[in-house]
Design a protein around this ligand. Structure first.
Ligand SMILES: Cc1cc2nc3c(=O)[nH]c(=O)nc-3n(C[C@H](O)[C@H](O)[C@H](O)COP(=O)(O)OP(=O)(O)OC[C@H]3O[C@@H](n4cnc5c(N)ncnc54)[C@H](O)[C@@H]3O)c2cc1C
Ligand SMILES: *[C@@H]1O[C@H](CO)[C@@H](O)[C@H](O)[C@H]1NC(C)=O
Length: 626
């Protein structure tokens, strides 16, 4: 190119940019964004990078001796165990709390994690009864193949000591209609196979199916917009929202956060059976298709297309490997430690109060982090006058809490081969009009509900997903069945003692267990006479073990409001109360992965580092070596 050629090229570019106001505005904003990031991260001195390849060791043998595991998982609170000069106190030992704790520890901070239950882990905890070990809140996770960003992140947190066995390729089975004669649709962990299968079953709907697949792919950018609003400095996020510019920069986010799943499906096809198959998984985020955004739905569908994974040794294995990392840097994870109040001084969160029976202990630290959920934090832990002044408080009203649930825990006599159970989950929807069915059911009284069919049940076989399970449990298996339940059905028993809530409560439990198990055995008749153990967890059990006041399944609700720009911007790690930070599912999305990244953003705020960039840099380094 000649000199004049270059000049006219530059001129053309300038004219083009000036002629496209949107592009111009985007460029200006991009510049401001980068400038803001540089200001933000050159402000206070950034902490140490917690990521390094050196943190990852080869996977060792599973520790199966429960007394050794309990020495890590069940360290009871004693004032003498509290380390001195704490950098941070973390309320709650769910994966969001522990992920922030490990990252801060690796950056040289001393942290104390306080857990109200008698063991660490939150939704990752498991419990033992009559020779069976049961999971409570993790059944499958996606994107855990070697080399995946999420896997690299998880390996950093656990020292690489946890393995993630792949579940069956058909990781979910959708069972529609009467469970005894259900029409089954296996869901494969592959975009191509999923499309092929659907077309084979619904040949007339090929165009609709292809459109659905295209929209799922197109919506992959949804998460980017949602997360960017939480990561960018708040003033910038607000500017993008007020000017509407976010709609231009994050197109898939803008497009798919306001489109309901129901509308997307209705626009696509009139085939109710196909629509039921396309939306079967809404139980994973707990919102009916009329209230869920297509963006959220696509996030979940896309999550499993590269494989669904379980955790070798069960979900507590992650917890078991994270705690020693925290301890290595002088921190502790203590249980039986219910925080009753966040202590304030001169407008700043400075500590927590622990109340146990008669005695009280105050503990102080520079940073207070809550993994106990936004609702608990703002309705119960903060002084009322502080909570109500925060800009997060109105979000609680806007977004609301998620629904509660019931879990049937079943211990079975036999190996997975003998019982013919697989490394999959089954979603049974008894009616195609899933939202009417669910709404009618939730509106019932408990007395009516116990004699009715449960319109949606989720059946999972944790033991069949863990290749090492039968090493320690040679002739036993486990099955979990989960379904929706409004909290109000059980609220009258919320103040009774656990395991001693009286005859009425036990009678309802029996009736529900019977009904749920009958439906399960219609799907899996071979299990009928193999039951060795059965117990039911109700919304008040969830409240007791996980600390959610309404027994919520996923913390804050996941209906559209939560993902719209306003709530997306406000629900972030750094609060407007100095010294107080949030982590876990409520500042991202529910799911192990969501809670994990909640911890990343939270630790990033405290360390004044963009930890996401640090993680990506590590990923690059690892890739280069391979
Ligand atoms: C039934 C069920 C099934 C699920 N299935 C899956 C799945 O298959 N895949 C998946 O990825 N995700 C699944 N999830 C979601 C996932 O488990 C959660 O989103 C995630 O683990 C939440 O982590 P967290 O750290 O935000 O909160 P939590 O794990 O809930 O941790 C919060 C902790 O805070 C503690 N706490 C509360 N109040 C106090 C207090 N005052 N003082 C001290 N401690 C307190 C609680 O006891 C709890 O341990 C499921 C959840 C449920 C309920
Ligand atoms: C388990 O099944 C085996 C073989 O079917 C049987 O012999 C045994 O008694 C059963 N155990 C229990 C506890 O039901």
């Amino acid at each position: 190119m000649t000199n004049t050629g270059v000049l006219s090229f530059v001129e053309n570019v300038i004219n083009y940019v000036l002629g496209n106001p949107y592009l111009l505005a985007t460029l200006i904003l991009l510049y401001i964004f980068i400038f803001a990031l540089s200001v933000l991260f050159s402000g206070p001195k950034p902490g140490k990078n917690p990521f390094s390849q050196r943190h990852v060791r080869p996977v060792g043998k599973l520790v199966t001796d429960q007394s050794i595991r309990d020495k890590v998982l069940k360290q009871r609170f004693k004032t003498a165990k509290v380390p001195e000069n704490l950098d941070a106190i973390i309320i709650g030992s769910g994966i969001g709390g522990l992920s922030a704790a490990v990252l801060l520890s690796r950056a040289g901070k001393k942290v104390l994690v306080l857990e109200q239950h008698d063991q660490a882990g939150g939704c990752c905890h498991t419990f033992h009864d009559k020779g069976f070990e049961f999971d409570t809140g993790v059944h499958y996770i996606g994107k855990m193949h070697k080399g995946a960003t999420n896997r690299i992140f998880m390996d950093q947190l656990t020292g690489g000591a946890v393995e993630y066995p792949l579940m069956d390729e058909d990781f979910d089975i959708v069972a529609l209609g009467n469970p005894a004669k259900a029409r089954r649709y296996p869901i494969p962990a592959s975009r191509e196979k999923y499309q092929e299968r659907l077309i084979a079953k619904f040949p007339k709907e090929e165009a609709a199916i292809k459109k659905f697949m295209k929209m799922l792919k197109d919506a992959e950018g949804f998460a980017l917009g949602y997360v960017a609003l939480k990561m960018a400095p708040k003033w910038l996020a607000k500017l993008l929202v007020i000017t509407g510019l976010y709609k231009l920069i994050f197109k898939p986010y803008a497009k798919y956060s306001t489109l309901t799943l129901r509308k997307a499906l209705d626009d696509m096809t009139d085939d109710d059976e196909l629509k039921a198959v396309m939306c079967y998984i809404w139980g994973d985020y707990g919102v009916l298709p009329t209230k869920a955004s297509f963006g959220l739905h696509s996030m979940l569908m896309n999550h499993y297309f590269e494989g669904a994974y379980y955790i070798r040794g069960g979900p507590t294995e992650i917890v078991l490997q994270m705690i020693p990392v925290i301890e290595n840097y002088g921190g502790r994870v203590l249980v039986n430690a219910p925080v009753s109040e966040i202590l304030m001084s001169a407008g700043r969160a400075v500590g927590v109060k622990l109340r146990k029976g008669e005695s009280e202990v105050d503990i102080f630290a520079r940073n207070i982090i809550s993994d106990a959920g936004v609702s608990n934090t703002f309705k119960r832990l903060l002084p009322k006058e502080v909570a109500t002044k925060s800009c997060i408080y109105p979000m609680l009203q806007k977004v609301g809490e998620s629904l509660s649930y019931i879990t049937l825990f079943v211990g079975l006599n036999g190996t997975k081969e003998e019982l013919g159970i697989k490394a999959h989950n089954c979603w049974s929807h008894t009616r195609l009009d899933q939202e009417n069915a669910a709404e009618e059911f939730i509106a019932m009284s408990l007395d009516d509900a116990v004699h009715s069919e449960f319109p949606i049940i989720f059946v999972s076989f944790p033991s069949a997903k863990d290749p090492n399970w039968h090493d320690t449990n040679p002739d036993k298996s486990t099955c979990l069945v989960i379904t929706l339940s409004p909290y109000k059905w059980f609220s009258q028993w919320e103040n009774e003692r656990v395991k001693n809530r009286g005859d009425d409560y036990e009678r309802y439990k029996q009736q529900i267990s019977h009904q749920i198990w009958e439906q399960t055995c219609q799907l899996y008749p071979q299990l009928q006479d193999k039951v060795e153990y059965m117990d039911l967890g109700t919304p008040v059990s969830n409240r007791y073990y996980l600390g959610f006041q309404q027994g919520e399944m996923y913390g804050l609700d996941h209906a559209m409001q939560r993902f719209l720009p306003e709530a997306a911007t406000e629900l972030r790690a750094k609060t407007d109360i100095p010294g107080l930070f949030l982590t876990g599912q409520d500042i991202m999305t529910c799911g192990l992965t969501g809670a994990l990244y909640g911890g990343l953003f939270c630790a990033g705020e405290i360390l004044h580092r963009n930890l996401y960039n640090d993680l990506m840099a590590l990923r690059k380094e690892i890739k280069k070596q391979q």
